[in-house]
Design a protein around this ligand. Sequence first.
Ligand SMILES: Cc1cc2nc3c(=O)[nH]c(=O)nc-3n(C[C@H](O)[C@H](O)[C@H](O)COP(=O)(O)OP(=O)(O)OC[C@H]3O[C@@H](n4cnc5c(N)ncnc54)[C@H](O)[C@@H]3O)c2cc1C
Length: 237
Amino acid sequence: MNTFILNRLKKKASGFLENRTLKTARVLEVRKWPSSTIIEIDLHMPTTSMEDWNEVNYMKCKVADFTYRDYTPSGWDAETQTCTLYIDVNHKGPGCSWAQNLASGDEIGYMGIKSTRQTPVNTSAIICLGDESSLGHLLGMQQLAVPATRFSGAVLMGDDTNRNLFTEYFRTPLQPVLRTDVYGHHSLTEWLLQQSYHLENTFFYLTGNSTMVMQLRKILKQQGYSHNQIKSQGFWS
Ligand SMILES: Cc1cc2nc3c(=O)[nH]c(=O)nc-3n(C[C@H](O)[C@H](O)[C@H](O)COP(=O)(O)OP(=O)(O)OC[C@H]3O[C@@H](n4cnc5c(N)ncnc54)[C@H](O)[C@@H]3O)c2cc1C
């Protein structure tokens, strides 16, 4: 069988599978940050129950034909079955183009909801660190942690406008940290070194680009935190 026919058969088969498994959500509102680097998307997900969301989840969104990208629902409300995605669009990719073209009233397709297995442990301090792509994840952790656990941390922001907007707009103990290096680990390390955390009963959650996550993990280990006290997940590299 030649490659052309094989590819057509493959497309047909995955199209068939997609039609059976794809769920739909409706876009309620789209908010673009003034710098155009972050887009917030409010979704209504009538076929997804959020009652048992005890871990931060992610959804595989269909962003183009046979193309999927992972995004994190945050600020979920189980009663209205709504949530918000925060999408970092400061690069080129099918996920960015998809997010930039969404408008209220659009329907989006997604392959169900999966867990990142990150949930705040019951301890005296939870510290979350991440970049702009993990904004939804960090806010999701806050939703699960507060008020039971002491929650804080930092999120990288590419410029002062975003940093100020974050402080004004979000009710959160997360501090916006200006990213002065490409992946942001130097900026977050500098911030970390200014904090004084107890070695015991402090848990770190690291999410975002893999370079930043790996480097911060190394620093925390050098500071004496154990493997169990550092939960990390690289989002992109
Ligand atoms: C569990 C999980 C949850 C995630 N949740 C979110 C979320 O809520 N919001 C969000 O924005 N992202 C999130 N991501 C990351 C997102 O899925 C990827 O960044 C995705 O690759 C972006 O797709 P794209 O088509 O825009 O770029 P791609 O086509 O995948 O990549 C194009 C190029 O851009 C680079 N790139 C990818 N993402 C970024 C970025 N953020 N900044 C700079 N360069 C980048 C890539 O390295 C590549 O060189 C999540 C990832 C995982 C694994």
